[in-house]
Design a protein around this ligand. Structure first.
Ligand SMILES: C[S@@+](CC[C@H](N)C(=O)[O-])C[C@H]1O[C@@H](n2cnc3c(N)ncnc32)[C@H](O)[C@@H]1O
Length: 232
């Protein structure tokens, strides 16, 4: 019998911290703008009502926003919604900070964190209205599949952090990852599959992200998953 209890299970990280090339502008942004637009992680859970100066009620999270194309587009075009982007990739955070500042976005904040650790420790239950995952790292080799973020236990965590009727939207270009996520949703009683025609407008015309452009160039087809939380 395994000595590891389910709750003690610590899955392998879904990311490898990439150094990446960092431009001067990104570096400057990380020095000068972090305290304005990056929410600090302290000992308590994050209070999003205090984090924004807007009176917006809806909160959308873009997880693993990369260089920020989707996140900035949404925040700029939907000023009556608050957005939070969660990412660990330093150059991406730097470039998104610059875009927040240049476009005067007061409805967009960044959190620099591993999403799993963040949700487990610093986010109240029933916080997000929508959670977006655009091209989560696919980890194509079988021996790395356990690193894939959208696993059964992660979906359980997401279920807790979404408001009742909250939505998950995910795009992936990796067919077997798509099938795996679809199966996890199907096997759980916690989710209802939604018709893509009923996507909220904020998700309908997202620009192609860098990763999506690369996938299409390399001949991989983007596939979408759209589910609603069921509360029993
Ligand atoms: C394949 S990239 C996609 C980036 C962007 N969404 C796009 O479509 O261009 C996946 C991103 O997820 C981020 N990521 C992976 N695991 C993460 C985690 N546990 N918490 C936060 N971000 C994560 C990575 O740093 C990376 O930037």
């Amino acid at each position: 019998m395994s000595l590891i209890q389910k709750n003690d299970y610590d899955p392998p990280k879904s990311y490898v911290l990439r150094k990446g090339r960092i431009t001067k502008a990104q570096k400057r942004a990380l020095t000068n703008l972090k305290n304005l637009h990056v929410l600090p992680i302290e000992t308590k859970k994050i209070d999003f009502t205090k984090a924004f100066t807007t009176s917006n009620k809806t909160l959308v999270a873009d997880v693993g926003f990369g260089s920020g194309a989707s996140l900035v587009y949404m925040a700029e075009n939907y000023r009556n919604t608050n957005f939070v982007g969660i990412e660990l990739y330093t150059p991406g955070i730097g470039s998104t900070l610059n875009q927040i500042e240049n476009r005067g976005l007061n409805n967009l904040k960044i959190i620099e964190s591993d999403i799993r650790e963040l949700l487990q420790n610093y986010i109240e239950n029933e916080t997000f209205d929508v959670m977006v995952f655009l091209y989560p790292d696919p980890w194509p080799k079988r021996k790395h599949h356990k690193r894939r973020l959208l696993s059964e236990d992660f979906l359980e965590l997401l279920h807790k952090k979404l408001v009742p009727e909250g939505l998950i939207y995910c795009k992936t270009d990796w067919k077997d990852y798509y099938s795996q996520i679809k199966k996890e949703f199907f096997l759980s009683k916690d989710w209802q599959k939604e018709n893509l025609r009923s996507l909220p407008s904020v998700l309908k015309s997202l620009p192609k992200t860098n990763y999506e452009k690369k996938a299409v160039r390399e001949g991989r087809k983007p596939r979408e998953l759209f589910y609603r939380k069921i509360s029993i």
